[in-house]
Write a protein that binds this ligand. Structure first.
Ligand code: IMP
Ligand code: MG
Length: 205
């Protein structure tokens, strides 16, 4: 990991943690272009895709994907949090910020950073499905299939990942490291970035 890109205090507290770059910025950019090509192939050219990104982790993938799609899209956001101990979701999803635009009769694509247990995606599919979209599909930059406890279909996947906690390109640990242009795995000591033991509190995505 490029240490100068990590806040100095974070690096000091996390000095026991080890980082490994798993996907470089170039590899991510190439794959985002590939996923965009798959999506373009599947929807007729005159389809106005409605992208719904899950805050906060999905925002950087959304920004790159929207431009790589190279056709008009509309964009909305939803914010959720799940209850769990820091690096693992327990599957209790809570809505923090609902959609701004109705999804009725739109071709909706849910844009997620990473699918682990699948609980968030399953919840979102039900939530958005109630708004009667014309079609509803899902795209995730990363998929950790070995973490799955809830059945949730992912139509487009950037990379299939091993069951490791990863940061960067929108993904955080304790709200840090989202800005990293690459994706790295983080082997964590049993404390949060603030030095406190991890709590069973609502973790925003
Ligand atoms: P799920 O509901 O267990 O599928 O969790 C999905 C959410 O948990 C993602 O949108 C992320 O916000 C978060 N998450 C899961 N795995 C990771 C990870 O390895 N790094 C950072 N966040 C993660
Ligand atoms: Mg998070």
């Amino acid at each position: 990991m490029v240490e100068s890109r990590v806040p100095f205090w974070y690096h000091r507290r996390m000095s026991e943690a080890s980082h490994t770059v798993l996907l470089t910025a170039d590899e991510i950019a190439a794959r985002v272009a590939g996923v965009a090509a798959e999506i373009r192939r599947d929807y007729p050219e005159d389809t106005a895709l409605h992208l719904v990104a899950v805050l906060t982790g999905g925002c950087i993938f959304l920004a790159d994907l929207a431009r790589a799609l190279d056709r008009p899209v509309t964009i909305d956001f939803v914010a959720v949090s799940s209850y769990g101990a820091g690096t693992r979701s327990t599957g209790h999803v809570r809505l923090r910020h609902d959609l701004r635009l109705p999804v009725e009769n739109r071709d909706v694509l849910i844009v997620e950073d990473i699918i682990d247990t699948g609980a968030t995606l399953a919840w979102l599919l039900e939530h958005l499905g109630r708004g009667r979209p014309r079609s509803l599909r899902t795209v995730a930059l990363l998929d950790k299939p070995s973490g799955r406890t809830v059945d949730a279909p992912v139509d487009y996947v950037g990379f299939t990942m091993p069951n490791r906690f990863v940061v960067g390109y929108g993904l955080d640990h304790d709200e840090q490291l989202r800005h990293l242009p690459y994706i790295a795995s983080l082997e964590l000591p049993a404390v949060t970035a603030s030095g406190e033991p991890e709590q069973e509190t609502g973790q925003p995505h």
